[in-house]
Design a binder for this molecule. Structure first.
Ligand SMILES: [Zn+2]
Ligand SMILES: [Zn+2]
Length: 172
């Protein structure tokens, strides 16, 4: 009589368990997807979509509170929330929210939309630095957001920007 590989039912169970955990180790993503499915009752794609929708809703509330256009140049593109006065980034670090806009929006919400913040477009926000306002020149108003952006990217400093802006005004 040939010797069977496993003698007892317990040995069979152990072998199966070992094989299963080997499979789990090499199929991490399937394991996690299954857990997510069981826990939330939805697939990964669905939770991602609903998270995005939630952030969109939050954005709507936040920008209705702080303004739906840039407080500096009136554009409605690429809006951000700016900490009025200096130290926006430092403030964000203090509250430990460096995890992107969503986390910051949730923090604002958690604080009941406190005063001291305003809507600025990305460009005005970036070029504001520690100063009172951005160094971009919005006076002519002939530049679109795209053109502003190109000019800003090519200059990188207040002085270089002013030179380039003058060239645009002069029509060079
Ligand atoms: Zn702006
Ligand atoms: Zn500006």
């Amino acid at each position: 009589m040939p010797r069977r590989k496993y003698q007892t039912a317990e040995e069979v169970r152990q072998a199966r368990r070992a094989a299963h955990s080997r499979w789990e180790r090499t199929n991490r993503d399937k394991v996690n997807a299954g857990r997510r499915q069981r826990y939330h009752g939805v697939s990964h794609e669905k939770t991602e979509a609903s998270r995005r929708r939630a952030t969109e809703r939050l954005r709507g509330i936040i920008f209705r509170r702080y303004g739906e256009m840039c407080a500096c140049c009136d554009t409605t593109e690429r809006l951000t929330i700016d900490h009025i006065g200096a130290g926006g980034l430092r403030h964000r670090k203090e509250i430990g929210r460096t995890g992107g806009a969503g986390a910051f929006y949730r923090w604002l919400m958690f604080m009941y939309l406190p005063p001291g913040y305003q809507t600025l477009c990305m460009l005005c926000n970036q070029t504001k630095g520690q100063g009172e306002r951005c160094y971009l020149d919005h006076s002519v108003g002939a530049l679109s957001y795209k053109e502003q952006h190109r000019l800003h990217k090519n200059s990188k400093s207040r002085e270089a920007y002013a030179r380039q802006r003058q060239d645009v005004k002069d029509g060079n």
